[in-house]
Design a protein around this ligand. Structure first.
Ligand code: DAH
Length: 340
């Protein structure tokens, strides 16, 4: 018996194989339920007392040796077969990650920011949820002004003082309250109005507000600034036109049109054969607004303007349905891939 055990130990030490099947056969032979080791342990009981010590030691050694041998060989064999299976095809085309593209509203917003930052304007932001003061009262809206109606404004809860801002002009107020002139700032952001969603109206959209306050700022400064903006965004040949208008927070107020970028002013169905497209509201900041925000209207004057980003994007990209901007249709968004 002792001899057999020694022979098995020697066999185990010598055993080598890369073949998983062969290794498993060997394992069964030595360590299996009906294997040699089992039999030897059974025989151990009947071994003469004088041999027990040596025999026991050999059995334990055999068990240990066989286990570690089988594990080591199996691991090596698995590694090898894995490497053999890994077939590398160097001619295979690369799996390209599908990168997203920038949203057209972001592209236009960034472009507008870029134009005004060249003129020294800084970007400022305000909260989407506003109070009545910043959205209306400080901007000289009389208490009975129709824009305060439930139809236009989304109120937050039952509090008539808290609403989703209806325009980014609210940021003007915050900037003037917290800064001394000279002020040159633009404020991009999302605005909300209680409108039925259609191709031409949405319950939320994006605006950029501009504000310039300093000593001696005139309407001519505004005109020149906005002309520079129009030429940079719509092309050097672009003309602008200012039409008298009304906003509570500016006096005088105007609406600015640019010559139609589609027909270059000749008349087409986009400009409804007028040759011009309306793109923004603007005007000299009403002295009441300056005073409401703690700025001395006898020392300082300034102009403000506000435009819809969707409107600019619509004209630049010829998009005729506002809903496309928020529907996340990948086919629509993919078209702007080349733009950044
Ligand atoms: N807040 C106006 C609107 O939402 C746009 C506007 C008009 C902003 C004239 C101005 C401005 O700053 O001077 O329709």
């Amino acid at each position: 018996m002792l001899k057999l055990a020694k022979a098995l130990l020697e066999e185990t030490e010598k055993f080598q194989s890369h073949d998983l099947k062969e290794i498993e056969q060997f394992r069964l032979k030595i360590l299996g339920n009906k294997g040699e080791l089992k039999k030897l342990f059974v025989a151990f009981k009947d071994v003469d007392v004088s041999e027990k010590k040596e025999f026991g030691a050999i059995l334990n050694q055999l068990k240990k040796e066989a286990l570690s041998k089988v594990n080591a060989l199996k691991e090596a064999a698995q590694k090898q077969s894995h490497q053999e299976n890994e077939h590398i095809d160097l001619t295979r085309p690369v799996n390209q990650d599908r990168l997203g593209s920038r949203h057209p509203i972001s592209i236009i917003r960034n472009e507008i920011i870029e134009v005004f930052s060249r003129l020294g304007y800084q970007v400022s932001e305000g909260p989407d949820i506003e109070d009545d003061w910043h959205n209306f009262t400080a901007l000289n809206f009389p208490p009975e002004h129709p824009a305060r109606d439930m139809q236009d404004t989304f109120f937050v809860g039952k509090n008539p003082d808290i609403a989703l801002r209806t325009h980014t002009s609210s940021v003007q107020v915050r900037v003037m309250e917290n800064n001394d002139p000279p002020i040159r700032t633009i404020s991009p952001g999302r605005v909300y109005r209680n409108e039925a969603i259609s191709a031409r109206a949405h319950c939320f959209f994006h605006q950029i507000e501009g504000l310039y306050i300093d000593k001696g700022v005139s309407f001519a400064d505004m005109k020149q600034t906005l002309l520079f903006f129009a030429k940079t965004v719509f092309g050097e040949h672009t003309k602008i036109r200012l039409r008298p208008s009304y906003f509570p927070f500016t006096e005088p107020s105007a609406e600015m049109d640019v010559s139609c970028s589609i027909c270059s002013g000749d008349g087409c169905n986009v400009c409804k054969y007028t040759g011009y497209l309306e793109i923004m509201g603007c005007g000299m900041v009403d002295p009441n607004v300056l005073e409401n925000c703690g700025i001395d209207s006898k020392t300082y004057s300034g102009f403000a303007f506000g435009m819809g980003i969707e409107r600019i994007a619509q004209l630049k990209y010829n998009v005729n349905d506002l809903r496309l901007y928020s529907e996340n249709d990948i086919n629509f968004l993919d078209q702007f891939r080349a733009e950044f």
